[in-house]
Structures are given as C-alpha cells and as structure tokens.
Write a protein that binds this ligand. Structure first.
Ligand SMILES: Cc1ncc(COP(=O)(O)O)c(C=O)c1O
Length: 497
C-alpha cells in the first residue's frame, strides 16, 4: 500500500560539507543534537539525516503532525520515502560524467527498492533500469507503458543471477538486453529462442578479472576473457543472438572504492571488448555495474573508532547483544560521494580509452541513487528489564511494532543510530537506561539491531523510533511475511513525477 502526500514537505538539501555532495544535512547542529539526544549507540554512529526527514521528525512533537497521522493510518512499521534525492543524485552523476567528456548511461538497479515510484522518477530523468527478476521486469515495463516512455535502445538490461526460460522470453519479446553469466545460461537462452518465432536476442557477457589480474579478488559472477572466447566466437556466427555489451559488477570492499581499482578493471574489460570484436561481434557498450559509494555517517572519526573497537573480541563485548562481533558490515563512512568517485574513475586516460573505441559507458547504481530517499518508522510496544541471568543484566529490551526482516540486508548490522521521538511522559521516561531493540518474530534471536543503545532520558511505550536512510536494500531486501504478517506500508512525500 502506498500513500502519497502533497509536495510541501521536502526541501532541497544543499550545502557544502567537504566529504560528500549528494545528501547534506542542513539542520543546525543544535537541532540535530536535540533530535539525536534520546538514543545513542554505546559508541555513537551519528547518521546523516537529510532535511526532509529532519523536518518530519521535528514536526512529530505536534499531535496533528503528518508522521503521527500516517502512523495512525498505515500502522507500524512505516516506510517514508521521497524521490527528490534520487533525481539530484542522477543529475550529479550525469554532470560529472559530461564534465569528463563522456556521457554515461545510467541504469537504476531495481533490486535496491521495489517501489515503482523510483522507476517513474528515473524515467523523468531519462535513465534506464537494471532488472534482476521477472517481477522487476514486468513492473518496470508496466510503469514505462503507463508513462508512454519513449523507446530507447538498451534502456533495460537484465542482470538476474539465474534466469528462467520465461524471464528470458520476456526479455527477448521486449528487446531487453540479457547479461549472460556463463555458457550454460547461453544454452538456456538458445533453447528459449528455439521455441519462439523469428526471435532476436541481444546479450552482454558478464566479465570478471582472472586470478592474475586481481589475485585477492573473488566473485562467483561472470567469467574471465579467455573463458568467454569460444562462446563469443560462436555468437558471432549465430543469427538469433547479438553480442552488444561487456558487463561487470563488483560488490566493493572499502579498499576497492579506490578509483584506481575500478580504472584498472575498466582497462582489463576493454581488452575483452577488443577481443570479442576481433571475433566478429559488434560490441557497443561497456557496463561497469553498480557499487558506487555512499556515506551514511556524519563523522569519519566515529566510524574509525567503532571499527577499531568492534573488531576486537574483548573490547566489543559491551557493544552488542551477547558480545556478538560485527564482521560483515558495509563501509558506512568513506570519503567519496558517488558523483565524485565516478569523476575520479573517469580520468583522461580512461575516457580516451573508452572514446577511442566508440563505446558507450553504462553503470547500474542502486544504493547510491537512493541515498537519502527513505526512512523507516516504528512504534515502541514495550520496555522491560532483561532477565537477571541474561548476559545483558541491567539492560532493557525495547520491543518495537516491527520485525527484523523489515530493516535488514545480508550484512550483520545496519550501523547507524536511530532517532527516538518521545511521545508521552509515562513509563520509563526520565530515567537513563540501556538496552536492545527487539522485534515481532517469535525467536530468541529477533533483535532489530545487534548493538546496545543508550537512552539518556529513558524510552517508553508509544515513543517513535526512526531509522535513517533505509531506502536502499534495508527496507526490502530481506522482508518476509513470517507469521503471515502484512508487509510494511509506504508513504511518499516530496515532489512527484
Ligand atoms: C549486477 C548488479 N548491478 C548493480 C547492482 C547495484 O549495486 P549497488 O546498489 O551497490 O549500486 C547490483 C547489486 O547487487 C548488481 O548485482
């Protein structure tokens, strides 16, 4: 269920913090502190809260506020979204690319958020889409049909990790480029085509560096240039399949955000382009995937302090429930915005190498286009002391009307401090306490965050908890309907397309 509000809430966050340029918190430090004061991690990780979120949260003190009204109407948890930051992120990337003399074709990776409003916003900006499943493709085609989107070759690419006959067929019928991962997948495509009348499939081959090119790098996706040779040769002689692109995508570790790392991969992938062309294919583009950086935190020092303590068994013990170590985490702070990073990747040598081959450059950001586009709200159902014999004696469990699948990816933890909005004077209000957020599912492990939080002014039933910047993956990637519970509702604010 999606509700829409009028466009009066969102304002353009603009500003000049040096380390990032897409989402900027303009709220004054004292206003921000006032909102943050009710909930801090044992080692605080202050999130960046775009203005439109801060305005809604500030206004929630008012009984007739939009937030309170939405929660009453749509229940907890509630995902509140805004497409305006996505538009700005697209323009920032496009501006940097054209400054470098190499316009880039953007494809929003739909897997990052299921809401079709982001497709509508993307269409308005003239970008394309990367789909990874049949429902994602069907929904995207539907939104495009309704918007009467002008035909643009290669506007849609399909990067699904595993593709059924029916997904392949839908791609071919709609001229969607299939990014092929391995020779077996090509074989499945040939079978799909054999059952169609006069089909024409356009494909890109998913490339990855070989072990000499990137010894420390591992990925289950794609194949090195040499492993593709036979297939590229065979495709060149096939009527029904055209090889139009070379594709890579890497989920980057912090060190791989170094633009040099991606520049090197581009140079290697260009060798693959040359090779496939020599074999008789008309390769027209190189797609460097997603994985553009995003910054969740205000403070580099909070992040480095947290990392140094949380990776050490002894010092980490007070930070988390049961002393759990949080090893598999996203780089929550890093020095790049997506646009600046792409600008650094597109150094003159790289631009010349791409242009001299008359290639189009594509990329498929998901997360970075959704920076600042959504937050998740939940209501406190109870606050109770942890049992005397638990490892967390003296702590409290704070139950939320929300389950752990509703703000989760495949990482161990989403490392941001939520904001707590006190809604009433009763319960444990006024008494400092520490504790853990727990959720609706019936398991002992149902912790919404593994981290222990401090509540200097207490926390009570009916309070609201706001989790920042959840639009990319956090809202939808793991959401489940265990216990047959309904999925969270969505409210869009800001300016609509
Ligand atoms: C093939 C492909 N392209 C693009 C993306 C988007 O990546 P990100 O959201 O990190 O930009 C993904 C994410 O998993 C992907 O698998």
């Amino acid at each position: 269920m999606v509700a829409r509000t009028n466009g009066t809430i969102a304002k353009d966050p603009v500003g000049d913090r040096p380390e990032r340029d897409s989402q900027v918190e303009r709220t004054s430090p004292s206003e921000g502190e006032t909102l943050r004061q009710h909930c801090r991690g044992m080692m605080p990780l202050d999130a960046i809260w775009p203005d439109w979120m801060m305005e809604l949260l500030r206004d929630a003190a008012n009984e007739t506020s939009l937030l309170r009204g939405w929660l009453k109407q749509w229940g907890s948890p509630l995902n509140v979204l805004n497409v305006d930051p996505m538009r700005r992120a697209i323009r920032a990337i496009q501006d940097v690319a054209s400054d470098r003399g190499l316009p880039v074709q953007l494809h929003f990776a739909r897997k990052a958020n299921k809401c079709p409003q982001f497709v509508q916003a993307g269409l308005g900006e003239g970008i394309g889409f990367d789909v990874a499943s049949e429902p994602e493709l069907q929904q995207t085609l539907e939104v495009m049909r309704k918007a009467a989107a002008s035909p643009q070759q290669d506007r849609l690419v399909c990067t699904a990790s595993i593709k059924s006959h029916s997904l392949m067929r839908l791609c071919v019928e709609n001229d969607v480029v299939l990014v092929i991962d391995n020779p077996d997948e090509l074989q499945t495509l040939r079978e799909t085509l054999a059952a169609m009348a006069n089909p024409q499939a356009r494909v890109a081959l998913r490339w990855r560096p070989d072990s000499e090119q990137a010894p420390a790098f591992q990925s289950r996706f794609g194949m090195p240039t040499s492993a593709w040779s036979d297939e590229a040769k065979r495709i060149a002689s096939e009527q029904r399949i055209k090889l139009v692109g070379v594709h890579f995508h890497f989920q980057r570790s912090l060190s791989q955000f170094d633009p040099t790392w991606t520049r090197t991969r581009i140079a290697e992938a260009l060798v693959a382009v040359d090779h496939f062309r020599e074999l008789g294919n008309e390769v027209r583009w190189l797609d460097i995937g997603g994985g553009l950086p995003i910054n969740y935190l205000r403070n580099a020092s909070q992040w480095s302090d947290f990392l140094s303590v949380s990776q050490n068994d002894d010092s980490a013990r007070r930070l988390t429930w049961d002393g759990r170590l949080l090893r598999n985490v996203d780089p929550m702070w890093q020095p790049w915005s997506a646009a600046k990073w792409l600008g650094e990747v597109l150094q003159p040598e790289t631009v010349t190498a791409i242009r001299s081959r008359d290639l189009i450059l594509k990329c498929e950001p998901g997360r970075s286009l959704l920076d600042g586009c959504g937050m998740t709200l939940a209501e406190v159902a109870f606050v109770k002391p942890c049992s005397a014999n638990s490892n967390s004696q003296g702590d409290h469990w704070i139950g939320l009307h929300m389950n752990s699948s509703q703000c989760r990816t495949t990482r161990d933890e989403f490392l941001v401090d939520p904001i707590v909005l006190p809604m009433n004077a009763g319960g444990a209000r006024g008494r400092a306490l520490e504790g853990f957020f727990v959720g609706v599912y019936c398991t002992e492990s149902e912790y919404l965050f593994q981290r222990r939080f401090q509540f200097p002014n207490g926390i009570a039933r009916g309070d609201l908890v706001a989790i920042p910047n959840t639009a990319a993956y956090q809202m939808h990637f793991q959401e489940s309907r265990a216990h047959q519970m309904p999925l969270a509702n969505h409210v869009f604010t800001g300016n609509f397309v």
